[in-house]
Design a protein around this ligand. Structure first.
Ligand SMILES: [Zn+2]
Length: 277
């Protein structure tokens, strides 16, 4: 999948292929400038938006894998955010905790069952109650496995219902996380900063934020809950399907701009370098 970006030097549009790391090293096909696009978006957001886009384009079956991947990556996001939040509360060094977390994650990176276990404990510690929503039925695991592993061709209505279930679950947990989400964001920012520092000075850095189906708390002006606050998940509007449809109406159109235009967040260097010609 690609997204359009703008060359910081000649201002013409360039197509970038989504990278797994969120860092996109590009060379402008028009003027030859090298630049890097740092996407301020988490993996679960990108995957869910890709799934929504596939659904809107009529690729319902293909969308299922993206929604399932989004949910798995969200559980990782929650686990990381909760762990880093806890460490910050105890005054521990962010860099050290982050490095240790990386080591621990390697132990479960290849097995989603282990990740689910880690998430369950993180949830229990943060919320003070068991994640009773983690039943195979509530997660739509059987549907997901039939589609992904057994070649089941689902009707659109079943994919809609699965998307709505995943959306509502992530949306509610994100609200619960509140400001804690910024801890996971800080991890991403630090990775980007390391990459940026290693870049030659002539390579432009472009930071982009794209609209999407979720409203993830970013730095500044945040609302949300902290660990220890009321222990119920906020109610969704009427039901899962209604929550997903509402988000589709409000934010689905924005996905068109993700693939057809972008919100420019910040560009390092206001002026283009001198033209060698
Ligand atoms: Zn250019």
């Amino acid at each position: 999948m690609h997204f359009p970006t703008t060359c910081p030097r000649c201002r013409r549009q360039v197509r970038a292929e989504y990278s797994d790391s969120g860092i996109h090293e590009l060379t402008c096909p028009h003027c030859g400038s090298a630049f890097s696009v740092y996407l301020r978006k988490h993996k679960f957001e990108v995957l869910f938006d890709l799934g929504t886009r596939a659904l809107m384009d009529g690729y319902a079956r293909e969308a299922v894998a993206s929604f399932a991947g989004s949910l798995e990556r969200f559980f990782e996001f929650y686990t990381r955010a909760a762990t880093l939040e806890r460490a910050a509360g105890q005054g521990e060094d962010f860099g050290e905790v982050s490095a240790q977390l990386e080591q621990v994650w390697k132990l479960m990176a290849a097995q989603s069952e282990r990740q689910l276990g880690a998430f369950s404990l993180a949830y229990l510690w943060r919320e003070g109650q068991a994640p009773d929503f983690l039943t195979p039925q509530a997660l739509g695991s059987d549907f997901r496995n039939r589609v992904i592993h057994r070649g089941y061709l689902p009707p659109r209505s079943e994919v809609d219902a699965y998307a709505a279930r995943v959306f509502a679950l992530i949306d509610r947990l994100l609200t619960r996380l509140g400001e804690a989400a910024t801890h996971a964001q800080l991890e991403q920012e630090r990775l980007y900063a390391v990459h940026l520092a290693a870049q030659p000075p002539e390579v432009f850095a472009v930071f982009e934020e794209h609209p999407g189906m979720f409203r993830v708390r970013r730095f500044g002006g945040q609302v949300g809950t902290k660990a220890g606050q009321p222990k119920t998940l906020p109610p969704s509007p009427a039901n899962d399907a209604a929550a997903f449809q509402l988000a589709l109406r409000e934010r689905g159109a924005l996905l068109g701009t993700v693939f057809g235009g972008v919100e420019r967040a910040a560009v390092r260097g206001d002026t283009a370098p001198p033209d060698p010609a």
